[in-house]
Design a protein around this ligand. Structure first.
Ligand code: GLA
Length: 388
């Protein structure tokens, strides 16, 4: 009888589809990525120096723990068995040794490749090698895979990324799977069971409102995020691309506003500056614990745009325990005087204590109005806590 039950249980068991590793990104992943500042000019020495700088600057302690080596780490060809190999001149110790170093310094190890035949930099892509590559990543101790979309030909995005997800699963090492498909086929509508985060746009550029052939300043990227909030949550995040905070094309106000808005968007916070040389102002922005706490709030809700008028946008993010983060963003070219009547913020219920996050000041309660100057491209960020 027991045997019969066991047989029936097996025969009737549903065929389970392969799955991503669950629970790896309960809050948006935080880390540092080499692309925005260094593009292909990377080496194991640079990555190790960056790891050390992230520690000495306090960034690691503030939560930046994935150190992601983007495009440019590979040799131009696979080996005779078809395995990926690191560039022998720039990564002479190999990726396992680099992973070991990063782990010994308390980081998680991230790496980049591409779902197409070649990466955007023309190095070997993963197409047709997914299971073999996933085994390599697992053997190197990789914890995070950013998977790009150059040279994909006529491939179907969902099928392609699901193949890599299944390959990661089969290799057996839990790896955060970061889809970098640029939003082309609206991954927010299909990738929840595929990966932990997905890019929603083309590449970010080191500027506020400039535009290149494939890249955009953060103002345009922000604009395209309004409305996507319903698709994000724990373990499945919209990714409006990495941070340009501290890079030369942004003013201090633009860096502060970019960091604030990405935090409200529950975006992955992947720093992209040279952490070895950052100014104290940049360090203060990137390590502001109260802003990071809004991004990492355990409720895991992406913020949304509540209002947009010329020169004034209001973005709001619901937080755990009935709290709210509210950002007033001056997207215009002239300073504005912000005047808030809290009763107009219709998502609020009752009275709240106000904390001005960038001023690091408590400002009383929402029973009185609020006024503050906001410089061009700058923000005011408040956290509201219910009084009862
Ligand atoms: C694409 C991605 C970037 C970066 C480069 C590397 O453009 O969107 O984030 O990874 O490829 O070549």
């Amino acid at each position: 009888m027991k045997k019969l039950i066991a047989f029936l249980a097996l025969a009737l068991a549903p065929v389970l589809p392969a799955q991503k590793f669950e629970g790896l990104a309960p809050t948006p992943p935080m880390g540092w990525n080499s692309w925005n500042t260094f593009q292909g000019k990377i080496s194991e020495t640079l990555i190790k120096e960056m790891a050390d700088a992230l520690i000495s600057s306090g960034m690691q302690a503030a939560g930046y723990r994935y150190l992601v080596v983007d495009d440019g780490w590979e040799a131009p060809e696979r080996d005779s068995q078809g395995n990926l190999v690191p560039d022998p001149a720039r990564f002479p110790s190999g990726m396992k040794a680099l992973g070991d170093y990063l782990h010994s310094r308390g980081f998680k190890f991230g790496i980049h490749n591409c779902a197409g035949t070649k990466t955007c930099a023309g190095l070997p892509g993963g197409r047709g090698h997914e299971f073999q590559d996933a085994r390599s990543y697992a053997s190197w101790g990789v914890d995070f895979l950013k998977y790009d979309w150059c040279n994909h030909g006529t491939a179907d995005s969902q099928e392609t990324y699901n193949t890599m997800r299944d390959a990661i699963r089969a290799a057996g090492r839990p790896i955060v799977f970061s889809l970098c498909e640029w939003g082309d086929t609206k991954p927010w509508t299909w990738a929840k069971d595929t990966g932990h985060l997905w890019r929603t746009t083309g590449d970010i550029m080191d500027c506020y409102d400039c535009q290149g052939a494939y890249s955009l300043g953060w103002k345009f990227i922000l604009e395209s995020q309004a409305g996507l909030e319903q698709y994000a949550g724990p373990d499945h995040w919209n990714d409006p691309d990495m941070l340009e905070v501290g890079n030369p094309g942004l003013t201090l106000a633009e860096s502060r506003a970019h960091f604030t808005l990405w935090s409200l968007l529950a975006a992955p916070l992947m720093a992209g500056n040279d952490a070895r040389k950052m100014s104290e102002d940049t360090r203060q922005i990137l390590t502001n614990r109260e802003v990071i706490a809004i991004n990492q709030d355990p409720l895991g809700k992406q913020g949304y745009r509540f209002m947009k008028h010329p020169g004034k946008q209001i973005w709001a993010k619901e937080l755990a325990h009935g709290e709210w983060a509210v950002c007033f963003f001056n997207d215009g070219d002239a300073p504005v005087q912000l005047r808030i009547d809290w009763a107009n913020l219709t998502f609020l219920k009752g009275t709240y204590r106000i904390r001005d996050i960038w001023q690091k000041k408590d400002l009383g309660q929402t029973t009185a109005g609020f006024e503050a100057p906001v410089a061009s491209h700058d923000v005011v960020l408040v956290r509201l806590r219910p009084t009862s």
